[in-house]
Design a protein around this ligand. Structure first.
Ligand code: UDP
Length: 334
């Protein structure tokens, strides 16, 4: 079975490509290197002994995307390509709407031109749940107003997929809602190394732990949580990647729209994550409390009952594993 992966050289994309290759799927990639590097292909090859074909261009280019689909004739698509910085999306909303929506339209148009390309897995996010009314979040929890244009693009893309699936009853749209992916490949060859100042907690902690930043600022310690810091559901990126392989295998004959959370099912506060990181790596670092970050929800974590029951999903890695792997990767990439 051949899988075309858009954004296959990015953080989640590259780990997913590795899992696909290790499970004997054929893989080809479209990636414009906007937030990734060509050298990642060599690292994928070093882990798997297989070299996926990479097409370097922006998947928003509909004509080129169609051309690749007609050459490669994939059986399914995993669509990761897009912009993902919440803060930047508030400063450049039009860019986010343009890139994140056009990319999906281009991929779906290309799929329409290849009748044998039966399913698309879309990289959605827990951000579609907005400020939760109750926890844990299940797939039937309501979709609420997004707190950023980035989040809004995830909601709009989910709607586009629903409408597309209605007129393509012979195909399937699998929407995976990711909670907070962290960690790195245990080989130390793949990981997350964002350009500039990291927005997300784990890459920032890792920069502080490797002395590339002086201290970690915790965004708010007066939330209504046990220790006052915000709660999220952190999932090791390799476990998340494995979820895609399970979805492809289990949903081969599924038609229509399938929605599933992928997280660890556990809530972890910022302070708990910091303590786990210090314990796992043996590195101490300075922490300061700052004000809440605009747009942050106090707490969210997933119910992963559906993923467990229907996909056979389970997490192999602990929070400490994820911390250790992220640290090991960063040490190699300073
Ligand atoms: N956070 C923090 N310091 C940082 C970066 C993030 O305290 O330097 C907090 C952030 O405000 C949130 C949590 O860590 O409460 C997770 O943030 P992240 O950006 O990683 O994920 P998201 O908010 O998208 O769930």
């Amino acid at each position: 079975m051949k899988i075309l992966v858009t954004g296959g050289l990015g953080f989640i994309g590259s780990h997913t490509v590795v899992e696909l290759l290790q499970n004997n799927f054929d893989v080809c990639i479209i990636d414009n290197l906007a937030n990734s590097k060509m050298s990642t292909v060599d690292n994928i090859t070093a882990i798997t002994n297989k070299k996926p074909k990479v097409y370097c261009f922006d998947v928003c280019d509909s004509a080129k995307t169609k051309e690749v689909f007609s050459t490669e004739r994939p059986d399914a698509v995993i669509h990761f390509a897009g912009l993902k910085a919440v803060g930047e999306s508030c400063e450049k909303p039009l860019l986010y709407y343009h890139v994140n929506i056009d990319a999906t339209l281009s991929v779906l148009n290309a799929m329409d031109s290849v009748p044998t390309c039966k399913s698309i897995i879309f990289a959605s996010s827990a951000t579609v749940y907005g400020v939760p009314n109750s926890l844990p979040l299940t797939e039937t929890s309501p979709i609420q107003d997004a707190t950023s244009p980035y989040g809004e693009t995830k909601i709009i893309n989910e709607r586009i997929l629903q409408d597309w699936a209605k007129v393509n009853p012979q195909k399937s749209a699998i929407i995976l809602r990711y909670f907070n992916p962290i960690g790195a490949h245990p080989s130390g060859l793949l990981g997350e190394d964002p350009n500039g100042v990291p927005n997300n907690l784990m890459p920032y902690v890792t920069r502080v732990a490797t002395k590339q930043a002086p201290y970690l600022k915790i965004n708010g310690n007066d939330y209504d949580t046990l220790d006052g810091t915000a709660i999220r559901d952190y999932i090791h990126v390799v476990d998340l990647a494995r979820g895609h392989v399970l979805a492809l295998n289990k949903l081969k004959d599924f038609r229509g729209v399938y929605i599933c959370n992928l997280g660890s099912g556990k809530g972890t506060s910022v302070l708990e994550l910091i303590n786990a990181y210090k314990k796992a790596t043996g590195v101490d670092f300075k922490v300061e409390f700052g004000p809440k970050r605009a747009g942050d929800v106090p707490a969210n974590f997933a119910s992963i009952d559906k993923a467990k029951r229907e996909l056979g999903f389970e997490c192999k890695y602990t929070l400490e594993d994820a911390c250790k792997h992220a640290y090991m990767y960063q040490l190699k990439h300073i």
